[in-house]
Every structure is written in structure tokens, then in C-alpha cells.
Design a protein around this ligand. Sequence first.
Ligand SMILES: *Cc1c(COP(=O)(O)O)cnc(C)c1O
Length: 355
Amino acid sequence: METISKKHNFGAGPCILPQSVMEKAAQAVLNWNNSGLSILEISHRIPEFETVVRQTQDLVRELMGVPEDYAILFMQGGASTQFSMVPQNFLNRKGAYLDTGFFAIKAIKEARYFGEVDIVASSEDQAYNYIPEIEASHLDADYLHITSNNTIEGTEMFSYPKLGVPLICDMSSDIFSQVIDVSDFDLIYAGAQKNMGPAGMTLVIVKNALLDTVKKPVPSMSDYRIFRDNLSLYNTPPVFSIYVAMLNLQWLKEKGGVAAIEKENQMKAEMLYAEIDRNSLFSGIAQRAHRSRMNVTFRGTDAEMEKAFLEFAAKRDIVGVRGFPTMGGFRASMYNALPVESVGILVKAMQDFEG
Ligand SMILES: *Cc1c(COP(=O)(O)O)cnc(C)c1O
């Protein structure tokens, strides 16, 4: 099979995946496991696909150290559907939300369809360039919702609040990037396309005890219990997305798991932030203590210089570094599969551009 010469892909999502995963996925599209069928045309009801679902669950459980009393679900609708599913299931009286920017705001908007929302802290006052502290030591709410990594603004949480209510986390853009203690959370969700696989599948890790608290009627496709009790096969799941996520998690396991990739992610982040801080033409956007290792946001000196650098970088096969439209500047996303070498090439481009 032909392998194209690859770009250095700093795109924020859908994300870069390892070349070996791409090759295995391409092979499965042509002839899956020598079955004479493409992964795109198999029934999701055959035992062989059930095995894929179980293996993917096992890999998530092993790599993240998910305790036995948590269910692992593969859903559709992206992380954005979780914004409404969470309150639909768990908001009875009041949902508490930490307002850390673009995606947190979207989660808050959806929660308001289902009840009262308490914004316990916000970093809106400084254009979301930091993670705000929650003043209270105990919350009076059905749950607290946080966003562990703010993909647009480039901020990340490195510790998580314990405030006596179930903790629900949108972990879309830093899941599998660092070792966490899943038992700090009651529900974690993440769209696959940031650090797990191709778009289409949304991972949900949820404590069974939280599901036992659901008292209101919930339509089937929004009911986590239905997905848990049917091995995520209540309806047709995103077969290909689950399969490629499995391949990617196998790759991660072979690399030494989350602890090993965390070291690499730390190194990549240090390399790029060091250059941003050194280079006279660039400046970081997020406050230092809250800088994301996954999505590095920075600016140039002015719009003209930024445009020129994007063109300069493109000539070196660097793609995906344009900032989100509302943010401007640059954003370099450095998910698990982005090689250290690519970060070196970006850093070198910044140095050569400075001259
Ligand atoms: C990308 C992203 C989302 C939205 O994900 P979709 O799968 O497009 O719905 C939500 N939250 C965070 C933190 C994200 O990075």
C-alpha cells in the first residue's frame, strides 16, 4: 500500500493518527481480518464485532485504569450531544458549571434547557486565558461540570475540584494524554476525534452509582443505562470509528501506555512553549500555570506577520496551526500521535522565520 509523504499535522481535530494505525485501518476497509468483507460493510451484530467492542472497552479500562464499577460506553453525536445528555439524565434541580470558555459555554447553554444552572466560576473576565478557582468548598447542586482541556483557548486543568457532588468532565481533548485517577470523576466523556480515533464515536466512562440516581424518564437514545446494558449495541454503532479507536489504543499500549505518552507530551509542550517564550516574534496566550499541553495558543506581532508565518510554515509541510477564528493567532495541537520530530520542525521554522 502506498504511504504518502506526510504533513506535520497540528490540526485541532479530527486529529493526527499514527501511520501504522492508518495502514491497518486502510487494510480493514479492503478486507477485514481476511473475512472477504470490508469493515465498512459488516454487520454490527456478528460475534466478531462484539469482540471488537469488548476489546476496545478492555483497552480503555486497562490504559486509563477504569475501576470495575464504571461502565464504558461508545455513543454517537459527538461531545456536543453529551452537553444535553448530561443534564437530561442528571439535572433535577440545579447543575453547577465551571465556565472555562467556548465548549463550556456550549455545555451551559444546553443545560439551561433542563433546569437551573449555577456558574460557580468563570474566566470570562480575561478572555478565558486561565482556569478560574471555585471559591466554595461544598456545592449545592446535582453535579459539577468541568472541561479538563479547553481546546480553543489553550488552557488545561491539572487538578480537579472535590466539592461533594458528582464530578462530570468533558475530557475530549486531553483524554489518554496523561495519567488521571478515574475515581476522581463520576462521568467522563470525550469525542473520539481529538486523541482517540476518527470522528463518529464518543467515549463515555460512567460510574454505575451515578446511573442508579437517574429518576426521571429518559428517551432511549439518551439513556446511558440502555447503552450500558446493550454493550453499546442498542442501535447501529459507529463501527469504523470504534474499530480504528481500538487500533489506536493498541498502538498506545505498545508505546508503553498513558504514562509513557504523558512524558512525550510533556516534552513536546516544553519544546514549543520554550520557543514561544524565547522568540521575539511570538507570545503565548494562556497564563503560564494553565497552559495546555495539547493545544498551544500563541500570537505573532501583528496580523500581517501572522499571515506571513502561516505561509512560511506551509512551505515546510506544517499544517493546522491557524488559530480558531474567534481567537486569531496560532494554535498548535499536539495530540498523542504527533511525533516529537514534528514539534522540532515547527520550532525550527519559528527560529528561521525570526532570522
Ligand atoms: C471538540 C470538542 C467538543 C465538541 O466535540 P464534537 O465531537 O464536535 O461535538 C467538545 N468539547 C471539547 C473540549 C472539544 O475539544
